[in-house]
Design a protein around this ligand. Sequence first.
Ligand SMILES: Nc1ncnc2c1ncn2[C@@H]1O[C@H](COP(=O)(O)OP(=O)(O)O)[C@@H](O)[C@H]1O
Ligand SMILES: CC(C)(COP(=O)(O)O)[C@@H](O)C(=O)NCCC(=O)O
Ligand SMILES: [K+]
Length: 279
Amino acid sequence: MILDLDIGNTLSKWRLKDAESSEIRSRGAVWTREEWRPGADIPDLDVVEAVRISSVARAAVLEETVALLRRRVRHVHVAHSTHEALGVVNGYEEPGRLGVDRWMGALAGYQLAGGCCAVDCGSAITIDFVLPGGSHLGGFIIPGLRLMKESLKLGTRNVAIDPESEADELLEPGRRTVDAVNHGIYMAAVSAINRIYSEVCDQQGVALPMLLTGGDARVVSRGVQVPHAVWPDMVYGGLEACFPMTFAERAGKMSGAPRVPEPVSLEKIRAGLAFSMLL
Ligand SMILES: Nc1ncnc2c1ncn2[C@@H]1O[C@H](COP(=O)(O)OP(=O)(O)O)[C@@H](O)[C@H]1O
Ligand SMILES: CC(C)(COP(=O)(O)O)[C@@H](O)C(=O)NCCC(=O)O
Ligand SMILES: [K+]
């Protein structure tokens, strides 16, 4: 089995992938913390022959995790943000400082769709752009839904947005604090994504397919008007592309990759932008 680990600021996600069949056998998530203690929510390492890790947690968390895994598993691969990989050139002045989850998402998006806009809705919402030739432009970082809510300190932190709620409801004015906050942060997130996408496509003169991932991707997806696909395993897709192990991976296949969404024309994007400026 291959153990893929995506350690975020909030949650450490894992999945076990069969090295022979490329099937995903199990998956889970635990709160990101200093140590991995064996327990019901942690995979059994006895069946693991290789690990691939993307981590944006504090260095100590990664070091502890890697030290523990190296005692039990032969192959441990840790992803890093580099100047160039798989045809993508990192847009950061200091490439190593780009969050490796963003880099994995950008690489996966490029491998799937060519140029793309990769959006990761986790603790932070990150919006990264890669042009069709492989040039990563950099991106945007805003607080994620939960962080925005906590920063208001209005006592609404424990009332999460119902992931099943419809965008229409979430975009109405709230008539209680908790709704005013939930609808406000939702509007902030989806309007930022819509606007940033249009601005950058306009600047670059290209309509890019958008891919969405992260813990809040599904609910955010409902409010994003830009045609897009939700790809929960996008960060894992970057790990697969960087460290291919299975037959399917060596052939360039990434698990759970969606169909590439067809972007609307650049003219439409520009018309939408011009219209929003007039209001
Ligand atoms: N079951 C869940 N447990 C915790 N957070 C969840 C859950 N479902 C959705 N979320 C949302 O997803 C976010 C975490 O998403 P994730 O992509 O794992 O973030 P990160 O990579 O920063 O750890 C939380 O901030 C929260 O808003
Ligand atoms: C921006 C992030 C905090 C997002 O992390 P996440 O929400 O996935 O936990 C992470 O990618 C990070 O720590 N990046 C380093 C700074 C940068 O990318 O510029
Ligand atoms: K994120």
